[in-house]
Design a protein around this ligand. Sequence first.
Ligand SMILES: Cc1cc2nc3c(=O)[nH]c(=O)nc-3n(C[C@H](O)[C@H](O)[C@H](O)COP(=O)(O)O)c2cc1C
Length: 163
Amino acid sequence: MRDDFQDIVGRLDYPMLVVTAVAGTGADPERSGCLVGFSTQCSLDPPLYAVWISQANRTHEVAAASDHLVLHFLSEAERHLAELFGQETGDEVDKFSHCAWRPGPGGVPILEGCSNWVVGRVLDRRDSGDHTLMVVEPIEAHSSPFTPLGFQAVRSLEPGHPA
Ligand SMILES: Cc1cc2nc3c(=O)[nH]c(=O)nc-3n(C[C@H](O)[C@H](O)[C@H](O)COP(=O)(O)O)c2cc1C
């Protein structure tokens, strides 16, 4: 059963995001971000979006304390951000010293190299297996025509943090 399940979900395609977060408001807040494939819009009115963050990731602890998350919807041309945020872990590397960003609401990092992003206020968090569901309400966004970077295009990347 498990192999068949893996076979099915391994063939699906869905958009890849980089989710960023910030914890702490002092002089030295902690910023974190990771590549995310598990996500979906989950309400129309009000508009809400859900992402699932692995409890093993550095980003999990930071996102658990972050009032806002930024959802960066990657285009095919922004693959380098998938490689940086999906293959490196904040336990070892300061990813934000390897890319351009600016602070958004509450200091949450908005990546300059991504044209399609949504700043969301975190409304809810729930355990969901080995990931945590985080539901956000969009409060700011920027869009531009793009071809989404899909899971199938990056599935061979080696995750920076073991699951
Ligand atoms: C194709 C792909 C999909 C991924 N999907 C998710 C996901 O949905 N949720 C998640 O928390 N991590 C996901 N990851 C794993 C993290 O992006 C990765 O382990 C990252 O290095 C964690 O960084 P951090 O420890 O700094 O948070 C995915 C990685 C890859 C390569």
